[in-house]
Design a protein around this ligand. Structure first.
Ligand code: BT5
Length: 259
């Protein structure tokens, strides 16, 4: 990334400190360690390449050099935000979809943490936390976005088809400005995180709404149902064939095959 351009475009935002790496294992690991040693709210770790990027459940996240956005934002939640920590993943995903909309792209959130463009994954979010006793001291919002096509891994490495912004926007996509817009979106949405309108915007952006889906849970079991929307904590609401409602707190959603 062009560090001068990065500094320039980020200078208008009320961020904490910034650490930039040409190459790193995982920006989330760096941010977790930094948060533990007292990083300020909205401090940022940015890397041009990750050699050990990760997703949920220790899955790998690929960030080849010069092709993607890999960033981790440290958030020190206010007392009011502490009641809504399960909404933070939605905050990041909505900021990504909003920034793509300003570029004429309609994207969707594949619950809980993926952003889809043309039905393929263009971005992923990984939220991790630092605890102090029983309380969350800080959160790390990890965001990975495939900007250039070179960021997209080979199909056999993927659980779900992937794409890049380049595929929709052409090669002249400035990573620095996209990052700035996403961070500005997070900062602007943050005061509204506890509102009903936040949940309804998140719900409106969900992929497969009203459609039959499968949700693979962490233990490998699979739930099926129609995707209805979100509970107020950001859990997924499905209806099953008997028309009763099921709440899902953790899993991976996909469209039910043959549906
Ligand atoms: C995610 O996990 O999608 C969260 C990804 C978060 C990455 C960011 S980058 C900055 C920060 N530092 C980190 O170390 N991580 C965060 P999950 O839903 O579990 O999806 C992981 C799956 O996505 C993998 O198992 C692959 O199938 C697929 N995948 C890996 N790299 C990909 C890529 N570049 N594009 C699309 N899919 C990818």
């Amino acid at each position: 990334m062009d560090q001068n351009e990065l500094k320039k475009v980020l200078s208008s935002l009320p961020l904490g400190d910034i650490r930039y790496f040409d190459s790193i294992g995982s920006t989330n690991s760096e941010a977790l360690a930094w948060a533990t040693s007292g990083a300020h709210d909205l401090s940022l770790v940015i890397a041009d390449e990750q050699t050990a990027g990760r997703g949920r459940l220790d899955r790998k996240w690929f960030t080849p050099k010069g092709t993607a956005i890999a960033v981790s934002l440290i958030m020190r939640p206010t007392p009011a935000e502490r009641s809504h920590l399960t909404r933070i993943v939605g905050l990041a995903a909505l900021a990504i979809t909003d920034s793509l909309r300003t570029r004429g792209l309609v994207s969707q959130i594949k619950w809980p943490n993926d952003v889809l463009l043309n039905g393929r994954k263009v971005a992923g979010v990984l939220i991790e936390s630092v605890w102090s006793g029983e309380e969350v001291d800080s959160l790390v919002i990890g965001i990975g976005i495939n900007v250039l096509q070179g960021a997209v891994p080979a199909a056999e490495l993927l659980l779900f088809p992937a794409t890049s912004l380049e595929e929709s926007l052409g090669p002249a996509v400035g990573r620095e400005r996209i990052l700035r817009d996403i961070l500005a979106g997070i900062i602007a949405l943050r005061p509204h995180i506890g509102s009903d309108s936040f949940i309804s915007s998140w719900e409106k952006s969900l992929a497969f709404r009203g459609e039959p889906v499968q949700v693979e849970q962490g233990d490998g079991s699979v739930l099926t149902g129609k995707l209805l929307g979100l509970e107020s904590d950001g859990s997924l609401r499905l209806s099953n064939d008997e028309s009763s409602s099921i709440t899902v707190r953790f899993g991976d959603v996909r469209l039910r095959p043959g549906a």
